[in-house]
Design a protein around this ligand. Structure first.
Ligand SMILES: NC(=O)c1ccc[n+]([C@@H]2O[C@H](COP(=O)([O-])OP(=O)(O)OC[C@H]3O[C@@H](n4cnc5c(N)ncnc54)[C@H](O)[C@@H]3O)[C@@H](O)[C@H]2O)c1
Ligand SMILES: [Zn+2]
Length: 370
């Protein structure tokens, strides 16, 4: 199943392909882009996913090198990027080479930034191997690294030549990491697509069993939704903010917990608290709200906070959210399943502080009581 992503004012239009077993075709596709390859991956993923590709590329007469770095968000940094750049040059790679990123969002973000700046930009193939990278990080062109001042503060927007998604690789992904992707998929349905939400609702038991047809279809639809939003707003001045649903509170919780909370868990709580705010304001009906709660439970997303944070502390953490205006947070407001309010094309709004505090108190006393 293929999608075409076309960003206005960007000459590059590229394919996102989702198919079980697709990795086998990657070498022959890649040779249409270059004959010199830098495969970037984690040490832990190299034997299963990078080496077979590397061997196929060489068998087809290409030059290929594998460059690895350790797993973990802390390694998405400037030093690793610089070290990889030096290693590529040491192997004699230059502007005629192509970067193939194989990994989760840490690898795709860092390799995207590397490809965007290496010799001022070389072709990039994204091969996301975590569910989150498949439906989120590898789509949309944002890349970057973390610095001591914050996450993802240095980077570019650089679209790849192709995104290659083979759901078979999810067989080796830990379940906790699977949840991170699922929450983004549920978010995609909630913000724009009722039918997709309903499909996810009806098929929750298929995810943990890694049903191949379910994965192919649901990943495809999630990529389609993200792609359609990014095509309309590459730089996040408007509609792309919808992708931030659940993240205003989610990011604050992640930060306050010193990133001990999984991203998916934090965003799931964020989705529920932000939806609850919508019900308090009379925007979202209670039946829809219950459906949102139920789908999060059905996908077995843990709703726990190791530690309780006061509404004031969470409000404080949200003042630096990227949608904040003059230090006051703004929220994406869901009006029904599959639709959010557009607030004059800003797609987010300020909410009365008392409502935010009531919702956060509900989170502490009820939602995350245990
Ligand atoms: N660019 C964007 O638009 C965007 C969007 C969302 C998230 N992100 C970024 O993505 C990153 C998070 O991505 P993530 O959740 O994929 O984390 P991750 O890249 O750290 O991967 C999670 C873990 O799973 C392992 N892994 C990945 N695929 C595997 C597989 N098939 N089998 C076994 N293990 C596998 C990784 O080695 C790692 O240990 C963050 O840095 C975030 O900022 C970027
Ligand atoms: Zn997210």
């Amino acid at each position: 199943m293929k999608l075409q992503c076309t960003i206005p004012n960007n000459s590059k239009s590229y394919e996102i392909e989702v198919r079980n077993g697709l990795l086998k075709d990657l070498a022959s596709y890649s040779t249409t882009l270059s004959s010199r390859f830098a495969i970037v991956t984690h040490d832990s993923l190299s034997a299963s996913y990078a080496e077979p590709l590397h061997n196929s590329l060489k068998a087809l007469g290409n030059e290929s090198f594998i460059f690895t770095f350790p797993s973990g968000e802390i390694h998405k940094n400037r030093e690793i990027k610089e070290s990889l750049e030096n290693q590529l040059f040491e192997k004699g790679l230059g502007r005629d080479s192509c970067v193939i990123a194989i990994g989760g969002g840490v690898v795709t973000d860092l390799s995207g930034y590397l490809a965007a700046t290496f010799c001022r930009g070389v072709p990039l193939v994204m091969v996301p191997t975590s569910l989150l990278a498949m439906v989120d990080a590898s789509i949309g062109g944002k890349n970057g690294v973390n610095i001591p001042y914050g996450k993802n503060l240095i980077g570019t927007i650089y679209q790849p030549h192709k995104v290659v998604i083979d759901p078979n690789v999810l067989k080796t992904l830990p379940t906790a990491d699977l949840i991170n992707g699922v929450v983004e998929m549920i978010k995609h349905g909630l913000i724009t697509d009722h039918d997709y939400f309903e499909y996810l609702e009806k098929n929750s038991e298929k995810l943990l069993k890694l049903n191949p047809e379910f994965l192919e279809k649901s990943i495809y639809d999630s990529c389609r939704i993200k792609k359609e939003i990014v095509e309309q707003d590459e730089k996040e001045n408007g509609k792309r903010r919808l992708l931030n649903f659940g993240h205003t509170i989610g990011h604050a919780l992640e930060r306050l917990s010193n990133y001990l909370l999984y991203h998916g868990e934090a965003v799931a709580i964020g989705i529920l608290v932000e939806s609850y705010m919508s019900t308090l304001m009379g925007i979202l009906d209670s039946v829809s709200f219950e459906r949102i709660k139920k789908i999060i439970m059905d996908y077995k997303v843990p709703l726990r906070l190791q530690e309780k944070f006061t509404p004031d502390a969470i409000l404080e953490a949200m003042r630096t959210d990227k949608k904040a205006l003059k230090g006051l947070p703004r929220f994406v407001m869901i009006e029904k399943i599959g639709s959010c309010l557009d607030y004059n094309f800003s797609y987010c709004t300020q909410v009365d502080e008392q409502i935010v505090k009531t919702a956060l108190q509900w989170m502490n006393d009820d939602l995350c009581r245990h």
